[in-house]
Each structure stands twice: as C-alpha cells, then as structure tokens.
Design a protein around this ligand. Sequence first.
Ligand code: AHN
Ligand code: ZN
Length: 335
Amino acid sequence: MSNLNNKLKLLFLASLALSLAACNTNTKSEQKKQEKPTVKNINIPVFNADTAYMFIEKQLSFGPRVPNTKAHRECGDWLATTLKRFNATVTEQRTKLRAFDGTMLDARNIIGSYNPDSPSRVLLCAHWDSRPWADHDPDMGNRKKPVPAANDGASGVAVLLEIARQMSISNPGLGVDIIFFDAEDYGEPQDMQGAYENAWALGSQYWAANPHIPGYSARFGILLDMVGAKDAVFTQEQISRYYAPNILKKVWSAADRLGYGNFFVNKNSGPITDDHTYINEITRIPTIDIIDYQDDREKGFFDYWHTINDDIDNISKETLKAVGQTVISVVYEAA
Ligand code: AHN
Ligand code: ZN
C-alpha cells in the first residue's frame, strides 16, 4: 500500500520537474526573442489605399500620358509639384529619346528624394507614361487608340505617391529615392515584335546610363508595374530572382507576414524586359519587379493589358493596399 503511494508521489514529482523544465526553456526562448527581435519595433505608417486610388483618378483626369502630348506635359508637371508638396527634393531629367520608329520623345524622368544626404539609400520606381496604342485590344478598331493606363502606369505611381505622402508625415530614417520613369511603354506594336532591340523602358535606360547624381548607388531597388488590378498575382520574376534574390525574399516574406500571401505567391515566372532589367544590368543595384504576371495566363499580364479597358473600373483598393503596405514596411524596416 505505502509502496504504491511512494510510487505515485515519485511519479507526481517527476512530472512536476518535467513541466517546470519545459516552462523554463519557454521563458528562455521568450527572452531570446526579446533580445534579438526579427522585426524591428519601429512605427510603420498605415498605407492609405483610398488616397492611392485618388492619385490614379487624378492621373487619368489628364488623359492618356503619351509622350509629346498635352496630357503628358500636364501630368508631368503635377507629379513634380506633388512630390515637392510632400517635402521631397525633386530633380527632373529632361531629354529627347529616340523611339523604335524614329519619333523623338520629349521625355522626363521625375525623381523625388528623401534624406538626400544619407549614404544609406533605397530606390523605389514605376513608369508614368501611357502606351500610345492599345495593340492588344480585341477590337481592331481600338488598336490605334492610346491606353488609359490606370493599371499599366498610374497604379505604381499612385502607390509611390502615397508612400511619399507618408514619408512627409513620418521620416523613414534612411535615404529614399522615388523615380517616375518616362517612355517605358513606347515599344514596338505586337505585329513588329522582336524587330527592335531595347525599344522598351527608354527612360530607365537613359537614367541607368546617366544617373541624376554621378556614381549614384542604392542598397536595393523595387519597381512597381501593374500593381492595382482586381485579382492581381505577383510571381517571382526571373530577372528579379537572378539579380536580387534576397530582396525578393525580403519583400515576399514581409507580404506573407502582413497577410498578403494571396497576392505575393511562391511561384516562379520567366524574364520580363522592364525598367528593372536595365537598372540591374547597367547600375548593378539589385532591383526586383513587383509585376502582375503569370507564365500560364493567355497574355501573361492582366486581362486588359494594352487595351482601352485598362481604366479605373479594373482597379482594386485591396490590391493597392497589399502592395503599398508591403513596400512601405520593407522601406521603414530597412532603416
Ligand atoms: C514586354 O512585353 C517585353 N515588356 C513588358 C513591359 C511592360 C509593358 N510593362 C508595362 N508595359
Ligand atoms: Zn505597358
């Protein structure tokens, strides 16, 4: 009888010791976590998708921002003024660029800098021009019309303008350069595809060869292209994976942590010639492209790509929020 009692007591003491030990290791690992946090305890602004949406509407109000048009000149002026209003130091590169068909384009790369004297910098960019021809429109009668470019152009600019507005309220604590590239979308129409080399991304090619500050560098770059469509899917594009695998991981894991893993998927895609291609090749600043593209889609890009239906009706605030909150988090966490 007493033997059984002793055995029970022993069993009880043993299990108590075990649970205390378990408790102890828990406390230790908790302490470790507090000593070396994986995410810095800094104030990351809340990205406002309503404001970003309004910045798309504003760009559309000028009309298609096709180089050498009034809409393009007026929108360019508004972009420079707006960056200044958000306390950026604004630099403009104005230059003539030769398009594939010989047209000379009056091009403007518009740059807004925060903490311009900081040696630790990140680069955020998007193209602001609209494609002159809706050459992927299903209706032949629309193919010579310009693209409204709500998603393919205005969305990336709008997300960056909202990030600029947030940076004017709360300093990010490191150098940030926002570049709006011109003449990205003046490449040859689809029936001449492959006949010209380097016909796309003329503004970024110019900037990469002639940076606004001689010898300019940044720790990394993020390009936003078509970041506003309903049902957008951002895959891990090949040039981004090749030149900037760590940045890609950083951005995708931030998106996942914030609950946007449905937009930023763990799926590879082939190479896209875009502004980041030339930034990577020429400046060697490791730069990724956040782009709505999947290899197995009919056009690869979103349904209304290079059609006259790339307008505000296809824009989703949820998508803008996912991209904007992810990018602003990565920027503030890099400080
Ligand atoms: C090509 O189709 C070769 N590049 C697509 C780059 C692009 C066009 N981004 C927006 N519009
Ligand atoms: Zn385009």
